[in-house]
Design a protein around this ligand. Structure first.
Ligand code: SF4
Ligand code: SF4
Length: 178
Protein backbone atom coordinates (compact mmCIF):
# COMPACT_ATOMS: atom_id res chain seq x y z
CA UNK A 1 0.00 0.00 0.00
CA UNK A 2 1.18 3.54 -0.83
CA UNK A 3 2.66 5.63 1.95
CA UNK A 4 1.95 9.30 2.36
CA UNK A 5 3.23 11.97 4.73
CA UNK A 6 0.91 12.97 7.55
CA UNK A 7 1.25 15.68 10.19
CA UNK A 8 0.83 14.28 13.67
CA UNK A 9 -0.28 16.79 16.29
CA UNK A 10 0.14 15.97 19.94
CA UNK A 11 -0.77 17.65 23.20
CA UNK A 12 1.23 16.56 26.22
CA UNK A 13 -0.66 16.88 29.52
CA UNK A 14 1.32 17.68 32.63
CA UNK A 15 -1.63 16.97 34.94
CA UNK A 16 0.28 17.81 38.14
CA UNK A 17 0.28 21.50 37.10
CA UNK A 18 -3.51 21.72 36.55
CA UNK A 19 -5.47 23.81 39.07
CA UNK A 20 -8.91 23.23 37.57
CA UNK A 21 -9.37 26.81 36.29
CA UNK A 22 -11.30 25.50 33.25
CA UNK A 23 -9.95 28.15 30.85
CA UNK A 24 -9.34 25.31 28.39
CA UNK A 25 -13.04 24.35 28.42
CA UNK A 26 -14.10 27.97 27.90
CA UNK A 27 -11.66 28.51 25.01
CA UNK A 28 -12.65 25.26 23.27
CA UNK A 29 -16.40 25.83 23.52
CA UNK A 30 -16.05 29.44 22.29
CA UNK A 31 -13.87 28.39 19.34
CA UNK A 32 -16.36 25.72 18.27
CA UNK A 33 -19.47 27.88 18.74
CA UNK A 34 -21.48 28.83 15.65
CA UNK A 35 -20.64 31.55 14.73
CA UNK A 36 -17.14 31.28 16.21
CA UNK A 37 -16.74 32.91 19.65
CA UNK A 38 -20.47 33.74 19.84
CA UNK A 39 -21.07 31.71 23.03
CA UNK A 40 -19.37 29.88 25.89
CA UNK A 41 -20.71 26.58 27.18
CA UNK A 42 -18.25 24.10 28.72
CA UNK A 43 -20.76 21.30 28.00
CA UNK A 44 -19.82 21.82 24.33
CA UNK A 45 -16.08 21.67 25.01
CA UNK A 46 -13.96 18.87 23.61
CA UNK A 47 -11.75 18.96 26.64
CA UNK A 48 -13.25 18.43 30.11
CA UNK A 49 -11.49 18.79 33.44
CA UNK A 50 -12.23 16.16 36.05
CA UNK A 51 -12.05 17.85 39.43
CA UNK A 52 -12.32 16.58 42.96
CA UNK A 53 -11.12 19.18 45.46
CA UNK A 54 -11.08 16.89 48.49
CA UNK A 55 -9.04 14.26 46.68
CA UNK A 56 -6.83 16.94 45.02
CA UNK A 57 -7.74 15.64 41.57
CA UNK A 58 -7.50 17.91 38.50
CA UNK A 59 -7.31 16.05 35.25
CA UNK A 60 -7.91 17.43 31.74
CA UNK A 61 -9.37 14.76 29.40
CA UNK A 62 -9.71 15.25 25.62
CA UNK A 63 -12.76 13.97 23.69
CA UNK A 64 -11.71 10.96 21.64
CA UNK A 65 -13.51 8.40 19.49
CA UNK A 66 -17.28 7.87 19.49
CA UNK A 67 -18.35 4.48 20.92
CA UNK A 68 -21.83 3.22 19.88
CA UNK A 69 -22.04 0.76 22.81
CA UNK A 70 -21.02 1.16 26.43
CA UNK A 71 -18.36 -1.12 27.94
CA UNK A 72 -19.61 -4.13 29.88
CA UNK A 73 -17.08 -3.42 32.65
CA UNK A 74 -15.80 -0.28 34.35
CA UNK A 75 -12.28 1.01 35.07
CA UNK A 76 -11.23 2.76 38.25
CA UNK A 77 -7.71 4.18 38.38
CA UNK A 78 -5.73 4.78 41.57
CA UNK A 79 -2.62 6.92 41.01
CA UNK A 80 -0.45 8.18 43.86
CA UNK A 81 -3.14 6.99 46.29
CA UNK A 82 -5.86 9.10 44.59
CA UNK A 83 -8.86 7.20 43.28
CA UNK A 84 -10.33 8.60 40.06
CA UNK A 85 -14.03 8.33 39.24
CA UNK A 86 -15.29 5.33 37.30
CA UNK A 87 -14.64 5.88 33.57
CA UNK A 88 -13.02 9.23 34.53
CA UNK A 89 -10.07 8.84 32.20
CA UNK A 90 -12.08 7.50 29.26
CA UNK A 91 -12.14 9.77 26.18
CA UNK A 92 -15.14 8.21 24.44
CA UNK A 93 -18.55 9.71 23.81
CA UNK A 94 -20.64 6.63 24.69
CA UNK A 95 -24.26 5.85 25.67
CA UNK A 96 -23.44 5.49 29.40
CA UNK A 97 -22.92 9.21 30.10
CA UNK A 98 -23.49 12.76 28.80
CA UNK A 99 -19.80 13.65 28.55
CA UNK A 100 -18.48 14.69 25.13
CA UNK A 101 -21.91 15.04 23.57
CA UNK A 102 -23.36 18.19 22.06
CA UNK A 103 -26.01 19.12 24.67
CA UNK A 104 -28.84 19.98 22.22
CA UNK A 105 -28.45 17.28 19.58
CA UNK A 106 -26.66 14.57 21.58
CA UNK A 107 -24.13 14.24 18.75
CA UNK A 108 -20.66 13.09 19.80
CA UNK A 109 -17.90 15.67 20.19
CA UNK A 110 -14.31 14.92 19.29
CA UNK A 111 -11.19 17.03 19.67
CA UNK A 112 -10.14 18.17 16.18
CA UNK A 113 -6.97 19.90 17.40
CA UNK A 114 -8.61 23.22 16.44
CA UNK A 115 -8.25 22.47 12.75
CA UNK A 116 -7.00 25.47 10.78
CA UNK A 117 -5.38 27.14 13.77
CA UNK A 118 -1.63 27.28 14.24
CA UNK A 119 -1.96 26.25 17.87
CA UNK A 120 -4.91 24.67 19.72
CA UNK A 121 -6.95 27.21 21.69
CA UNK A 122 -6.91 25.16 24.90
CA UNK A 123 -3.10 25.16 24.79
CA UNK A 124 -2.94 28.92 24.24
CA UNK A 125 -5.31 29.65 27.14
CA UNK A 126 -3.87 27.23 29.67
CA UNK A 127 -1.70 29.73 31.50
CA UNK A 128 -0.30 27.07 33.82
CA UNK A 129 1.52 25.26 30.97
CA UNK A 130 -0.35 22.03 31.62
CA UNK A 131 -0.99 21.54 27.90
CA UNK A 132 2.03 21.48 25.61
CA UNK A 133 1.54 21.30 21.83
CA UNK A 134 3.91 19.39 19.55
CA UNK A 135 3.80 18.62 15.83
CA UNK A 136 5.78 16.13 13.73
CA UNK A 137 5.61 14.51 10.29
CA UNK A 138 5.11 10.75 9.88
CA UNK A 139 4.79 8.32 6.97
CA UNK A 140 1.51 6.40 7.11
CA UNK A 141 -0.49 3.98 4.93
CA UNK A 142 -2.93 5.82 2.66
CA UNK A 143 -5.89 3.95 4.23
CA UNK A 144 -5.03 5.17 7.73
CA UNK A 145 -4.99 8.79 6.55
CA UNK A 146 -8.57 8.42 5.34
CA UNK A 147 -10.13 7.74 8.74
CA UNK A 148 -13.73 8.96 9.29
CA UNK A 149 -14.13 12.64 10.08
CA UNK A 150 -16.56 14.43 12.38
CA UNK A 151 -19.40 14.33 9.84
CA UNK A 152 -19.11 10.55 9.39
CA UNK A 153 -19.10 10.05 13.17
CA UNK A 154 -22.12 12.31 13.62
CA UNK A 155 -24.13 10.47 10.95
CA UNK A 156 -23.11 7.10 12.41
CA UNK A 157 -24.26 8.21 15.84
CA UNK A 158 -27.63 9.47 14.54
CA UNK A 159 -28.13 6.27 12.56
CA UNK A 160 -27.47 4.17 15.65
CA UNK A 161 -29.97 6.21 17.64
CA UNK A 162 -32.82 6.65 15.18
CA UNK A 163 -32.21 4.15 12.37
CA UNK A 164 -30.98 4.85 8.82
CA UNK A 165 -34.45 5.30 7.30
CA UNK A 166 -35.50 7.99 9.79
CA UNK A 167 -32.22 9.90 9.28
CA UNK A 168 -32.63 9.74 5.48
CA UNK A 169 -36.28 10.85 5.69
CA UNK A 170 -35.30 13.81 7.89
CA UNK A 171 -32.47 14.88 5.54
CA UNK A 172 -34.85 14.64 2.54
CA UNK A 173 -37.47 16.73 4.39
CA UNK A 174 -34.86 19.36 5.35
CA UNK A 175 -33.48 19.61 1.81
CA UNK A 176 -37.03 20.17 0.45
CA UNK A 177 -37.44 23.06 2.93
CA UNK A 178 -34.00 24.52 2.17
S1 SF4 B 1 -7.28 21.10 20.77
FE1 SF4 B 1 -8.95 22.50 20.18
S2 SF4 B 1 -10.66 21.07 19.80
FE2 SF4 B 1 -9.17 19.95 21.02
S3 SF4 B 1 -9.80 20.27 23.14
FE3 SF4 B 1 -8.23 21.83 22.67
S4 SF4 B 1 -9.45 23.61 22.04
FE4 SF4 B 1 -10.80 21.85 21.93
S1 SF4 C 1 -6.61 25.68 31.49
FE1 SF4 C 1 -4.88 24.42 32.17
S2 SF4 C 1 -4.84 24.68 34.41
FE2 SF4 C 1 -6.82 25.41 33.71
S3 SF4 C 1 -8.17 23.58 33.91
FE3 SF4 C 1 -7.41 23.60 31.80
S4 SF4 C 1 -5.60 22.28 31.85
FE4 SF4 C 1 -6.05 22.85 33.98
Amino acid sequence: MAKIKKKVKRIKIDADKCNGCRSCEIACSAFHATPKYSSINPARSRIRVITHRLKDIWLPVFAGEYAPAECSGRDVYIIDGKEYDECGMCRAACPSRDLFKEPDSGLPLKCDMCEGEEKPLCVTWCLNDVLVFEEREEEVEEEEAAKPGELDLGIESLTNRFGLQKVMDTVARMSRKG
